[in-house]
Ligand binder design. Structure first.
Ligand SMILES: C[S@@+](CC[C@H](N)C(=O)[O-])C[C@H]1O[C@@H](n2cnc3c(N)ncnc32)[C@H](O)[C@@H]1O
Length: 251
């Protein structure tokens, strides 16, 4: 069970108030004895458990993000090809299932303007925290400036989108029961998956995305995963463990 937001004694109290208000997170006066909660420390926000292991946070500055930024596959990597990065072409992207923002960060690093939609208050708060740290670091500030977080349900947001500002690409990577992800990845992300749950309503996002995208919809799936929704993709880019299903816009 998820309880709310606990600010450690050395955390910035005003920042905790701001996060709690913007993402409707109950404020906790002490760490709970069980379940999951967001812990704000002096450096970052983390999703933690009572057992003290498996803290999950979003990060665009250090660790894997730094490695990807410095040694990533550039515009040749599968996600870049899937969304149509080619030569100087940098499509605008709505990442409608932003999660911890890893895919969005890759695309923004390559120069795309990315709008990140996230409906879970927990994931949205973690993203907000990672984005503010990235904005404050000279190595990532320009990339963070290309990333805009919107805490909303993508189905509603896409349906209400002003036609004048349709993105080139809508990108979908929902949490799906048959993710086929490795046991290690599952363990690493256990707290996140338990708190967020499966996106069992993700099928309907394909139609909403096809109505919003100007150029294409890209759905990330496990290599052998079932299609998302009822529509048939026009193209499939199949990698070692991941597949990208490409759909044409519906208008
Ligand atoms: C598997 S994660 C995405 C991981 C992400 N691609 C990354 O690189 O970190 C799926 C996320 O999509 C969010 N999500 C699912 N359906 C959504 C919807 N209709 N609107 C907004 N967010 C949604 C979930 O809350 C979850 O955080």
């Amino acid at each position: 069970m998820f309880h709310g937001l606990y600010a450690l004694p050395d955390a910035d109290a005003a920042r905790a108030d701001d996060l709690a208000a913007r993402f409707a997170l109950p404020r906790l006066s002490a760490p709970p004895a069980d379940g999951y909660w967001l812990a704000l420390g002096d450096t970052r926000l983390e999703l933690v458990t009572a057992h003290g292991h498996g803290a999950v946070y979003a990060d665009f500055v250090e660790g894997a993000a730094r490695h990807r930024r410095e040694h990533g596959g550039g515009s040749g990597q599968p996600v870049a090809r899937a969304i149509g990065i080619k030569g100087g072409n940098r499509p605008s992207v709505v990442d409608a299932t932003a999660g911890l923002g890893r895919d969005a960060f890759v695309l923004a690093t390559l120069g795309c303007e990315v709008t990140l939609l996230e409906r879970s208050p927990v994931a949205a708060a973690l993203l907000d925290d990672a984005l503010s740290r990235a904005a404050a670091d000279p190595a990532t500030a320009a990339i963070a400036a290309r990333m805009r977080l919107v805490h909303a349900d993508a189905a509603d947001w896409l349906a209400a989108l002003d036609p004048a500002v349709r993105p080139d690409v809508v990108y979908l990577d929902p949490m799906f029961p048959d993710t086929g992800k490795s046991a290690a990845a599952k363990k690493d992300m256990q707290a996140f998956q338990v708190v967020i749950g499966d996106d069992t309503d993700a099928g309907k996002l394909v139609a909403a995305a096809r109505g919003a995208a100007k150029k294409r919809v890209v759905v990330k799936r496990p290599r052998l995963g079932v299609l998302l929704g009822d529509d048939k993709p026009s193209t499939q880019l199949v990698g070692k463990s991941t597949r990208f299903d490409l759909y044409t816009p519906s208008r």
